[in-house]
Write a protein that binds this ligand. Structure first.
Ligand code: NAP
Length: 324
């Protein structure tokens, strides 16, 4: 499908995944309406404006998830809205409702309400997460696939506010789309790694960098479900371009123990100096198995883990977040 003259919107465009999405959309010839929280903040805008094709085909819009009608002008004239904006943190927050749940859920409805008014619109692609898949009573039984849906009660009971925000936002989007006849496709990426385009360190890249530097686990059980940022972004584009795409797509490249990640990094970067015992830690923990069938049907090809890990470290070094 030729993308020339086709206008699409990306919300939260300054973010880690969205910056790659904007880049790949521009590379494919799309015209992109990109929303950022502040047009006056060069850290949100400069890396986007520097992308190939940006001068001719990128327009920036200011929009906030919690302001009603904020996305009206950005989505106007678009054939697809990629809604990626959402607060991302696993850290404890003072006010989960205000800091995570409202921007995620009300923000998603806000974007969808704007999208529903657009006559040219063909599809909305929502960035959800594996966080909206895993936390249900099936956890650790059988193969994880798109039929799993995190249970809000389990998330709430365990105070997993980010996971709750993604679960409720996806549910709200599905219901709104049914009621308003919107074509919605949902992408549920695993933990995203890979090179950064933006000049700032987003939450998940920072947590992964601390893990690389200090061995401090991101996930207490030492199991990592990972996907390369370029594959996650490509999945979003395929979810729009493939007319037959529907429902949700788990986008998971690898499920590995932390010891396996350290083994690869140890070979690539012996100076990291992992202690000799790292290979045996967590070996007893059962790995999850995640179905790739739907992702493959979309045409997603996964970057090898070694490549993603190397590109992550090289990017963190190049941006001077990490000295190795
Ligand atoms: P990120 O770099 O923090 O990007 C999040 C974006 O959302 C930022 O541009 C942020 O703007 C914007 N945003 C947050 N609150 C907003 C608000 N109130 N109004 C307008 N914009 C707001 O995070 P990311 O890792 O790329 O995540 C992007 C999406 O992917 C999220 O929906 C996340 O849940 C999902 N996801 C991420 C991962 C992962 O491992 N990173 C995995 C699965 C799914 P500011 O820069 O101004 O804060």
């Amino acid at each position: 499908m030729s993308a020339e003259g086709k206008v699409v919107c990306v919300t939260g465009a300054s973010g880690y995944i969205a910056s790659w999405l904007v880049k790949l959309l521009l590379d494919r010839g799309y015209t992109v309406h990109a929303t950022v929280r502040s047009l006056d903040d060069p850290k949100e805008t400069q890396h986007l404006l520097a992308l190939d094709g940006a001068k001719e085909r990128l327009s920036l819009f200011e929009a906030n998830l919690t302001t009603e009608g904020s996305f009206d002008s950005a989505v106007s004239g678009c054939i697809c809205v990629f809604h990626t904006a959402s607060p991302v943190t696993f850290a404890s927050v003072d006010d989960p409702q205000m800091e995570l749940l409202d921007p995620a859920v009300k923000g998603t409805l806000n974007v969808l309400k704007s999208a529903a008014k657009v006559q040219s619109l063909k599809r909305v692609v929502l960035t959800s997460s594996l966080a909206a898949v895993l936390f249900c009573d099936k956890l650790r039984c059988g193969v994880v696939d798109e039929t799993w849906f995190s249970d809000p009660a389990i998330c709430e009971q365990r105070k997993l506010w980010y996971q709750l925000s993604k679960t409720l936002a996806e549910k709200a989007a599905v219901n709104f789309s049914k009621d308003n006849d919107l074509d919605l496709v949902v992408i549920n990426p695993a933990y995203v790694i890979g090179p950064l385009l933006q000049p700032t360190l987003n939450f998940t890249s920072e947590a992964f960098m601390r893990f690389i530097e200090t061995g401090k686990e991101v996930f207490a059980d030492g199991i990592y479900m990972l996907v390369d940022v370029r594959d996650a972004a490509t999945a979003h584009i395929l979810a729009f371009e493939k007319a037959e795409a529907n429902g949700r797509y788990c986008i998971v490249g690898d499920v590995v123990r932390s010891s396996e990640i350290k083994m690869i990094l140890d070979k690539l970067y012996p100076d990291l100096g992992y202690c000799p015992g790292y290979k045996d830690k967590c070996v007893e923990t059962k790995l999850y198995c995640v179905s790739k069938a739907k992702a493959k049907s979309l045409g997603v090809e996964f970057t090898p883990l070694e490549v993603s890990l190397k590109d992550t470290v090289e990017s963190l070094k190049e941006k001077k977040f990490m000295n190795l």
